[in-house]
Design a binder for this molecule. Structure first.
Ligand code: NAD
Length: 348
């Protein structure tokens, strides 16, 4: 079969769906329709992307025989996501769900179990892994030898006070944003062992309930350790806003320093500068969906499989516990607390 035969339904036609739709069109991915409970948004998306079918009834779209993949681009709110995951499971459709799968590990587990009970494949769109700078780093990963340290720095002023739902729950930057980086470092370094996190809330962002800054030191079972900083209350100069975070990887032979447009490899032999083609928005969205569809088509495993993604979410969960209790927290402790078996048959 070809990509063309994997009809995609986009459920939720808000801000991020536009990047999905733009990128899918350039990858030969076929969108058969969209759904949004907000009729005006649905209409606007239909006009902008020439969508063949748009409805305010998501299940009417999901049930269509030409839909084989449901791209869930609705807010990560349980009351919204659960019925949509149930509908996709009921109709036997593969699911491509936006990060974070859910802000808490317990809720994420519920969605994973719904999909598993109906045997529908589910990928979490952790598109940091498919961002052009990450793909470029991946090509030259071996140049630095044995990695032992990493640092990801994302600092900017982002105040979502006026946003209708973003930043309005008890958790924010660590669960909603740092999850990009937790998935990425897991992709590079394997499973994490423990987390020691500092969370803070800048009171000058009055509309935000949760943390506006998250700094998590993570140890991996492989021996690598490093720091992920998501500082969304930084007013200073030299901002590195998402998706232009600074990435630093150190290994026995040298260092990779990267941002959105350049990857620099420094070793004893000299310096190599590689430009990065494309951009995270929207390219990473199309690359992630193309990866999923190709894997479904070929019957092969895919990255960011939802149950596996629980281990990335467990880094965030361990971070919340670490910050609250002022101690280093084992990732397995967070998994066990959510009733998830850390090793063995529970995971692929
Ligand atoms: N880099 C990334 O991967 C990235 C970037 C931005 C947002 N996201 C994620 O994408 C998700 C959506 O974010 P957004 O910024 O597009 O939000 P948004 O509020 O702009 O859009 C969400 C849309 O979903 C619609 N909706 C709500 N309930 C619905 C339902 N039951 N059925 C159908 N439609 C429904 C809303 O009307 C709205 O149009 C979030 O989980 C967010 O974290 C991911």
């Amino acid at each position: 079969m070809s990509r063309e035969e994997w009809g995609i339904a986009v459920v939720g036609l808000g801000g991020i769906a536009r990047h999905h739709l733009q990128s899918y069109q350039s990858r030969g991915l076929r969108v058969v329709g969209g759904a949004d409970v907000d009729e005006i948004r649905g209409h606007a998306a239909r006009e902008a992307f020439d969508l063949p079918f748009v409805t305010t009834d998501p299940e009417a779209l999901i049930a269509r025989p030409d839909v084989r993949v449901v791209d869930l681009t609705v807010p990560h709110v349980m009351e919204i996501r659960r019925p949509l995951v149930e509908a996709a499971a009921r109709h036997g459709k593969a699911l491509f769900v936006q990060k974070p799968l859910m802000p808490t590990l317990k809720d994420a587990r519920v969605l994973v179990e719904i999909a598993e009970a109906s045997d529908v494949p589910m990928m979490v769109n952790q598109n940091s892994i498919f961002a052009p700078q990450a793909l470029r780093i991946g090509e030259r990963f071996g140049a630095i030898g044995e990695p032992y340290y990493f640092q990801i720095d994302n600092r900017a002023w982002v105040d979502p006070t006026a946003h209708p739902w973003f930043g309005k729950s008890e958790r924010w930057v660590n669960s909603d944003m740092a999850i990009h980086h937790y998935a990425l470092v897991r992709h590079w370094f394997g499973d994490a062992e423990s987390v020691s996190a500092h969370l803070a809330r800048d009171p000058s962002q009055p509309g935000v309930k949760g943390e506006t800054l998250s700094a998590a030191m993570i140890r991996f079972k492989s021996g690598v350790s490093g720091l992920v900083v998501n500082n969304w209350c930084y007013r200073g100069p030299e901002k590195h806003p998402h998706p232009n975070e600074l990435i630093l990887l150190q290994g026995s032979n040298g260092t990779i320093s990267a941002h959105a447009s350049e990857v620099v490899i420094s070793t004893a032999g000299g310096e190599e500068r590689l430009s990065v083609e494309g951009s995270w928005f929207p390219d990473a969205f199309g690359s992630a969906m193309a990866h999923f569809v190709d894997a479904l088509d070929g019957g092969t495993p895919f990255l960011c499989e939802a149950r596996d993604n629980l281990k990335s979410l467990a880094i965030a969960e361990a971070g919340y516990r670490s910050a609250a209790e002022r101690r280093e927290v084992r990732v397995e402790e967070a998994l066990e607390e959510a009733g998830i078996q850390a090793e063995g048959a529970d995971f692929w």
